[in-house]
Design a protein around this ligand. Structure first.
Ligand code: OFO
Length: 168
């Protein structure tokens, strides 16, 4: 049985993952409006992956006999100055998510919840990748600027494909 403090923290994290999904859907729509169909695809996959992250937490609470509570999703930004600006926001956002995961881990240590500590390791590794990817995008966009470079970069982002997270 999962303890109530951990259950509440994970329910909040489920909400944060769906909020992330919503933010990336908003970025995808923004990119479509800007004629950046490759970047729109990239953020749409990000949208799907965040939903997978939320579902993984949902399955975990259920597997430990807890109660899942779906909370309202906060409103998100809908406009950015450029694709670079959107990726800067992505990095900022992922750093916040990393901190949230770390906070749940700290709580799990305090509560002697070893199962949750073990479960969270997947998210800790995932956050390293999320932050690194956003930083790489920022670095690339700073190098290429606008125009033909951006056109080529967008074509590259169009090749990203979605792989659903395996259910264990
Ligand atoms: Fe769920 O990793 Fe991004 O937010």
């Amino acid at each position: 049985m999962i303890n109530e403090k951990i259950e509440n923290a994970i329910n909040e994290q489920i909400n944060a993952e769906f909020w992330s999904a919503y933010l990336y859907l908003s970025m995808s729509v923004y990119c479509s409006h800007e004629g950046l169909s490759g970047a729109a695809n990239w953020f749409d996959i990000q949208f799907k992956e965040e939903q997978d992250h939320a579902r993984k937490f949902i399955r975990y609470i259920l597997s430990r006999g807890g109660k899942v509570t779906l909370l309202p999703i906060e409103k998100v930004e809908t406009e950015w100055k450029s694709l670079l600006d959107a990726f800067k926001d992505t990095l900022k956002h992922e750093r916040v998510v990393t901190q949230k995961i770390n906070d749940i881990y700290t709580l799990a240590i305090k509560e002697n919840d070893y199962a949750t500590q073990s479960f969270l390791n997947w998210y800790i590794d995932e956050q390293i990748e999320e932050e690194e990817t956003a930083q790489n995008m920022i670095d690339a966009l700073k190098m290429i600027g606008d125009g033909y470079g951006l056109y080529q970069f967008d074509k590259e982002l169009a090749t990203r494909t979605y792989t659903p997270l395996a259910e264990e």
